[in-house]
Design a protein around this ligand. Structure first.
Ligand SMILES: Cc1cc2nc3c(=O)[nH]c(=O)nc-3n(C[C@H](O)[C@H](O)[C@H](O)COP(=O)(O)OP(=O)(O)OC[C@H]3O[C@@H](n4cnc5c(N)ncnc54)[C@H](O)[C@@H]3O)c2cc1C
Ligand code: SF4
Length: 463
């Protein structure tokens, strides 16, 4: 029967947000979320397609038409339970997934007008359930006396842990930092992903019976072999890609040069933005952030909120930027100055940073990545006066894990080699997320964690 409340607006219902000139001075969340009325109205834009192309764009196969249908009927908690049945972190995904390239990119409504706002609706359902303190019913799990270790508490590790706990395994997550969540905690800033949301999602995993041991650097405290000796029957490695890359140009060791990783960790995890916390982060007047991905946008927007004038220096054009379109849009609204087609050649200063020398670029033929290759314009060098430079040009997996997992092999980029079932070259050891793929996305890491949990279950059943 046709939906009598069908909403044929061509545009998504707009997301309420803090005004740019206010939010660029605080760390409160930028996007404020739909209210119930807007969520129902937006849910009624969905055609409830039989073949649901949106679902095939989701690495964890969220039952999208079903959860949206429940929302359209005002059944908000049921909607949350539908999402939660395949996605361990819906409040996170609703905020940070690049939906435009995934579910929403395949939405039929997007052929004429804008797609259904799947991400915003997911966020609404998750926030509603969190406000009600609702956890999905989990009391029918048959417990197994089998221990599994998960190394790393980022989205891959948390998803793997949650899925294994739902299957009844005794799961312990070992996390190097003093707080769980991986990049969700120390990378993505508070104004995009409030840390209370991450903590709440982690609490719901603890409620499933997952144990999280913090300050446990595997490779230092225990080796992977020692975990097996301690009775763990399988191990999942989800240690991410936290080793920052630098450009190897002159001046990178001057005071005032940070990797984005260090800068964001100081701001997010050590709360350098809050005067109550005594974390040293240089209070800069003029900051250059080098790079064009989400990490660069996050660093720039944090530096802006700490009071600086901020430049993004990116060697390609805006069309080639890997950052989510929404992040670029928000950064521009907040007053970040974009110097695209520009590449640093040298960081200036004797002890501390005083400037960054750059060269203008043009775009040549496409390279191996399919994007047009940047080429230097000879003699176009110029200087931007800055007192801080943040390098956000990529990361690779932390090499520590290499020395601790006997039999696990790595490719030349330092990523763990694992097959399509997340199985590594060592018996009983599985891996996924950025440690395998290199820096990617939250939902891909979660998808890998899910696949690994299934493979580990199969392995343990056949042992
Ligand atoms: C600043 C920033 C912004 C981003 N923005 C987005 C975004 O908007 N949308 C999106 O989809 N993706 C985004 N990403 C990418 C996304 O966050 C990652 O792809 C994702 O977090 C990878 O998950 P993971 O589980 O593989 O690893 P991580 O999230 O990196 O977690 C790995 C965990 O393992 C721990 N660990 C490492 N070594 C050890 C060890 N030896 N022993 C114990 N624990 C260890 C680490 O401390 C960490 O907690 C962003 C990344 C960054 C850095
Ligand atoms: S493709 Fe779009 S319209 Fe169709 S079910 Fe998915 S969200 Fe709804």
């Amino acid at each position: 029967m046709p939906n009598p409340n069908y909403n044929n607006d061509l545009q998504k219902s707009p997301m309420p947000a803090q005004a740019p000139e206010i939010r660029n001075k605080n760390f409160e969340e930028v996007a404020l979320g739909y209210d119930a009325e807007t969520a129902v109205k937006e849910a009624n834009r969905c055609l409830n397609c039989k073949n649901a192309p949106c679902v095939s764009g989701c690495p964890v196969n969220v039952k999208i038409p079903q959860f949206i249908d429940a929302l359209a009927n005002g059944e908000f908690l049921r909607s949350y339970e539908i999402i939660k049945s395949t996605n361990a972190l819906p409040a996170v995904c609703g905020r940070v997934c690049p939906q435009e390239n995934q579910c929403e990119g395949l939405c039929v409504r997007g052929k004429k007008g804008e797609s259904v706002a799947i991400g915003r609706l997911e966020r609404f359902a998750a926030d509603y359930a969190n406000e009600q303190d609702a956890s999905p019913v989990t009391n029918d799990i048959e417990q197994k006396d089998i221990k599994v270790a998960v190394i790393g508490s980022g989205p891959s590790g948390l998803t793997c842990a949650g899925d294994l706990a739902k299957l009844g395994y005794k799961v312990t997550v070992f996390e190097a930092f003093h707080t769980a969540g991986g990049v969700l905690q120390y990378g993505i800033p508070q104004f995009r992903l409030p840390k209370e949301i991450v903590s709440k999602e982690i609490e719901s995993l603890r409620a499933l019976g997952v144990t999280i041991q913090l300050n446990m650097v595997i490779g230092k405290v225990f080796t992977v072999d020692e975990l097996f000796e301690d009775g763990y029957k399988a191990v999942f490695i989800g240690t991410g890609a936290g080793l920052p890359a630098f450009m190897n140009i002159e001046g990178e060791s001057l005071r005032g040069v940070y990797s984005a990783n260090e800068f964001l960790t100081r701001v997010n995890l050590m709360k350098a933005y809050d005067d109550k916390f005594d974390t040293p982060v240089k209070k800069s007047q003029r900051v250059a952030v080098v790079g064009g991905g989400n990490v660069a946008m996050d660093s720039a927007r944090c530096a802006k909120r700490l009071g600086a004038e901020v430049y993004i220096i990116y060697r390609r054009g805006e069309a080639e930027m890997p950052a989510r379109a929404e992040e670029v849009h928000h950064a521009k609204e907040e007053g970040i100055i974009f110097r695209n087609l520009t590449n640093p050649t040298k960081i200036l200063g004797t002890d501390e940073v005083t400037g960054i020398e750059c060269v203008e670029m043009t775009l040549g033929d496409p390279d191996a990545s399919g994007r047009r290759r940047p080429v230097e314009k000879e003699g176009s060098n110029f200087v931007i006066d800055v007192d801080c430079v943040i390098m956000a040009i990529g990361t690779t997996p932390n090499p520590l894990i290499k020395s601790t997992a006997t039999g696990v092999t790595f490719n030349k980029r330092g990523c763990i080699i694992a097959d399509e079932n997340a199985k590594t070259t060592a018996d009983g050891i599985y891996a996924g997320g950025d440690a395998v793929s290199g820096a990617a996305t939250v939902i891909n890491a979660m998808g890998a964690g899910k696949i690994a949990a299934n493979s580990i279950h199969e392995y343990l059943q056949n042992m």
